[in-house]
Design a protein. Sequence first.
Length: 520
Amino acid sequence: MADFRPVKIEPYFGGFVLETLTIGMYEETRNAIREYIQNSFDSIQRAITKLHHLKLGEGLIRIIYDADGQGVRIRDNGAGLPATNAVQTLVSIGASSKDFINDAGFRGIGRLAGVAFCDTLTFTTKANREPLLTEVIFDAKKMRVMMSPSQGSKYKAHDILEACVEGRQHDVTAGDPAFFEVSMRSLVEPPLELTSPEHMELFASQVSPVNYRSDFKLAASIREKAQSSPVPIETVRIQIEEPSKAPTEVFKPYTAKFEIEGADSKVELAEHKFYESPSKKWWAWIGKKDVPGSYVDAEVRGIRVRTKNIQIDGTALVREIFQRQNKSNGRYQDWFIGEIFVDPKAVVPNARRDGFEDTKAWKTIRDEIGGSICKDAGTWAQEVSNQGQLTLQKLTEKTDRMASEVESLRRNDFRNGDKTLIISAQVTKLQGEVGRAAKNADAATLTSLQAIGSRLVDMKTEAMGKLPGTTVDVDRDKIENEARDTLLGELMGLFEQNLSLQCLTNVREIVRREYDWPRI
C-alpha cells in the first residue's frame, strides 16, 4: 500500500474574485444603487429598533448629486458604524455582522458595487455619541486595473485591497448626529441614474421601501390590510437632491390613472383583490382594469415581489410563475399591477437579489402564488378575451347588415347616389370601430377583425367607384400588406415571449422567407 504524505494546502484568492464581486456582480449596474439604498435602510431600522436614537418615521435617505456633475452621494441618518470596527467592517468582503433574517442585505458584498463605475469610492461614517469620524477610501480606478484580465491573476485579492484602500479617522463633536455616506466620484460609464435625477427617481420609486403617492386610490386600503397581515410594509423616506433645486421626495410609481397600450385615454383601476398565503408567509394586492392590454409604463406594469418592501428582481420573477401555469400566459404579467410581500424569515434572496435561493420554502410560496394569483389573473384575462369575442360578434353582425345594404344598392346599379354616399360614410365609421377593437385584440381575434376590415374595404371601393365623376384610388395591395404586417407583428411578439431561442430563430427565418417580413 502506498505511503501517502500530507501536502500543505495554501488557498490563493486571485484578483478575479474581487472582479466577480464588483464589476461582474450585476447584469444591470444600476442595481448597485439598490444595494446602497438597502444598506441605508438596514442602518435606519437598526437605529430605530435596536439603538433607539431614531423614532419611527425619522429615518431619511438622501441621494445627493454633486454640483460639478462628477459624483453622487447616498447618505442616511441611521446607526452609522462604531469607530472601533468601521474600517475592518468596510474592508471585509463576503462577511457581515448583519442578520439574514432581519436585515435586507447581509452578505457583505454589495458595498463594493460602485467600484464598477467611479474612480473613487468613499465610505464616511460616524456612530451616535462618538467623537470620531471614519473614512474608508477605495481607489476604484486602480482596483479595476489590478483586476483586469491582463493583471488579475498576478495579485491576491488581499494584496489588491491593501494597495487600493485607505482608512483614516479624525475628531468630531460627539453630539453630532450619526450617519453613513457612500460617495462615488469621477464617474466612469455610470448607469443613467447616476447622471439623471429624473431616472434616479423612476428607478428608486420601483425598488425602494418607500410609501405610496397620495393620489393612488388603493394606498389607504393597502396600508390598512398591511396592519393585519403577517408581513408588514416597512417604509423609509428617500429624497433626491440636486444643486439649486428643492429636494424631490420619492414615492412608489402608482398613480390615479394609467396608460394602457391601444387605449384612447388613461384608465383607472376598476377593482382590486387581496391574497394571503395559507402558510402566512406572504400576502399581495392585485389591481385590475376593465380594458384589455398591457400597461405602457415599465415602472408600473407587472406584479412585483418584495421582501422588507424592497423589490426582488423586476417583473421576470412572476412572469416565470405565470408561464408555469401556461407558457403563453407570460404576457399577462404586463396586464396587471400589484405587489407580493414575502416574509424575509421564510426565504433568502440570492446574492444579486434577482430571485430567491431555491429552497423548499420558496418552492412552496411560488406554487401558492401560481395557484392563486396567477390562476385568477389568467381567468380574468380569458374573460377579457371573451369580451373581445363579443365585440367581434357585434362587428361581424354590423358588417353583415352593411353587406346587405350594399347588395341592395348593387341590384339597382348604385343609381341612388345619396344612399350610396350614406352607406360609404357608414362603412368608414365601421372601419374606425374595427381599428379600435384591433388595438387590444389577441392574435385569433385580430385575424378575424382583419377579415372584417378587408370586407369593408371591398364594399367602400365598390360603392365609391359607382358614384358619378368619382375615381377611386385604393391601393388594395398596400392595405392588405399593412393588415398582414400588423398580424405578423402581434404573432412575433407572442413568439418572442414564449419560444426558446432556437425555436424562435427558426420561426423568424420561416417568416422572413415566406412573407419577406419585416421589410426594410
